[in-house]
Design a protein around this ligand. Structure first.
Ligand code: 5GP
Ligand code: MG
Ligand code: MG
Length: 175
């Protein structure tokens, strides 16, 4: 159990369960990309631990790059737009695997994938450690999912609450 500011978080997914599942996902990627050389696009900050542990089990040749997603408001009517920062590689003709920490509404990843698709990759799949099906608002093809979870706020193993709590080996849930 940990308390951050006014919130208490209790154990939810153990470090051991996370590592076992990540190994399974990596094996699936190794098989499905056996004849490819994917470009792994890690969405910072939340996915940093997931991407690190996942990539240690990848035996295929792959490139790993990191992006950030910045939100900005273009006009009142269009609401929040997303800008991809840090992508220096050409992705045309590449096989992309976008690595995320969690898909909640899916709005972030939907826009990110839309912008990546516009740059002409030869394929694009998503690997997310966590997925909250009940919160999803956009149709997204989530090819690799670590854990489907209920619609509750989680923390740890990369995921933060107000900037804190990313540095735990397990995942906790708001009490
Ligand atoms: P989206 O709603 O666009 O799918 O999620 C956007 C981002 O919100 C995620 O990448 C993640 O950073 C954050 N987020 C969504 N659900 C949770 C949660 O339960 N815990 C934490 N710590 N962050 C979350
Ligand atoms: Mg994220
Ligand atoms: Mg966050």
């Amino acid at each position: 159990m940990i308390t951050i500011k006014d919130k208490t978080f209790v154990p939810f997914i153990s470090a051991e369960a996370i590592q076992t599942r990540i190994q399974e996902l990596a094996e699936q990627i190794n098989q499905e990309y056996a004849d490819k050389q994917p470009l792994i696009v890690v969405v910072l900050n939340g996915a940093f631990l997931f991407a690190a542990d996942l990539s240690k089990h990848l035996t295929i040749p792959c490139e790993i790059t990191f992006i950030r997603v910045a939100s900005y408001t273009a006009t009142e009517s269009s609401g929040q737009l997303k800008q991809i920062l840090g992508l220096n590689e050409s992705i045309e003709g590449r096989d992309l695997i976008v690595v995320e920490d969690i898909v909640d509404t899916g709005l972030t990843l939907y826009e990110v994938c839309d912008q990546l698709q516009a740059k002409g990759p030869s394929s694009l799949t998503i690997a997310t450690l966590l997925f909250k099906p009940a919160a999803l608002k956009k149709q997204l093809d989530l090819h690799y999912v670590g854990f489907e979870i209920e619609n509750r706020f989680v923390l740890g193993y990369g995921l933060d609450y107000d900037g804190l709590g990313r540095n735990t080996p397990d995942i906790l849930v708001l009490q």
